[in-house]
Design a protein around this ligand. Structure first.
Ligand code: PBG
Length: 327
């Protein structure tokens, strides 16, 4: 049989590293990576998170060092999660001006606030004894509007501590409007809001529960989105934009690249994606077993998330990836 000689040869643009570099459509830059970090109250040395090899719960001191390291690596921002000693029904520590998150915000802003965008998680699950992202009604359901009042207070104490951008992650209806209003009323017009716009009820948050010491009773399906749905992500986008979101986010990333693409196509504001704890754990576990090439897998996942439309990527590999990008 005669072979038809191809006239069109796409392989031509794949022949050398130089040509591949020239035609690459997607490029990563350290400045668009955001490093999530955990700071735990009442510890004197960092505590490893077993399901996230290489990630720790920091002391206030080691967090400052990690922040300086991230700044030196050229990453764009930090997202800080506080792990308090005290958890209670309403998450009191979340609004304690001297709570662990607020102390850490002050520390980090003083240390690297001129180089990095400092962000803080605005949610109650780290602070509640039942582990939910809000306060509970008498029947045990998560009370949307009572939770909004708590978020408004949290926004103000975080802004008072000097944070640049707050990240409401609880998926309560109306949370962006309430946070924006509270910030403005307290004189924090310049504190930005990173809206968790499309946040799914995902198994990939598993390792995070260990990271923040949360023992969730039940699940989050009454407030986080059903993995089956994409359309409602666009509705959430419209609402968050109308409520004043400065950035919007899709989370998790890898299992939701289609949602990310749709949000990216529709959004007039920057779109972030969160490569969550379980995505990190999967790659680390496979690599530890010698089943995949760790560094290639990391860079491939980040490139895919960028290619799907993310402008910023939250990733536990931010500092390492920044190093790999520098060569
Ligand atoms: C809620 C919150 C969660 C994560 C970030 N913010 C947990 C959840 O919604 O169950 C997960 C992040 C990760 O898994 O890396 N405050």
């Amino acid at each position: 049989m005669d072979v038809q000689i191809p006239v069109v040869r796409p392989r031509r643009l794949r022949t050398t590293p130089a040509v591949r570099r020239l035609v690459a459509e997607t490029r990563l830059h350290p400045a668009e990576l955001i490093l999530p970090v955990f700071v735990r109250e009442g510890i004197t040395a960092p505590v490893p998170i077993s399901a996230m090899p290489g990630v720790v719960q920091h002391t206030r001191d080691t967090l400052k060092k990690a922040a300086a390291e991230a700044a030196a690596a050229g990453v764009g921002g930090l997202m800080i999660y506080g792990v308090p000693v005290l958890q209670d029904a309403t998450g009191s520590e979340g609004t304690n001006p001297d709570g662990i998150l607020q102390q850490a915000i002050r520390d980090v802003v003083a240390e690297v606030g001129d180089q990095l965008v400092i962000m803080s998680d605005l949610c109650l699950d780290e602070y509640t004894d039942h582990g939910h992202c809000g306060v509970l009604a008498a029947d045990g359901s998560v009370d949307n509007d009572a939770t909004l009042l708590r978020y408004a207070e949290m926004a103000v104490v975080q802004a008072e501590a000097g944070v640049h951008m707050v990240g409401p992650s609880g998926m309560m209806d109306g949370q962006i409007a309430v946070v924006r209003d509270a910030l403005d009323a307290a004189g924090y017009q310049d504190t930005a809001v990173l809206a968790y716009t499309a946040k799914y009820a995902s198994a990939f948050y598993g390792p995070f529960r260990e990271a923040v010491g949360s023992s969730l009773r039940g699940d989050r399906k009454s407030y986080q989105q059903d993995p089956a749905n994409a359309r409602e992500a666009l509705r959430e986008l419209e609402l968050d934009l109308a409520e004043g979101a400065d950035l919007v986010m899709v989370k998790p990333a890898m299992a939701y690249l289609d949602v990310l693409r749709q949000v990216a196509d529709a959004s007039p504001v920057p779109v972030a994606a969160y490569q969550v704890s379980g995505e990190y754990a999967m790659v680390e576990a496979a690599a530890a077993n010698g089943w995949i090439d760790r560094e290639r897998a990391i860079m491939e996942t980040l490139t895919s998330i960028r290619r799907a439309g993310a402008n910023q990527v939250l990733t536990y590999w931010a500092v390492e990836a920044a190093g790999l990008l520098r060569g």
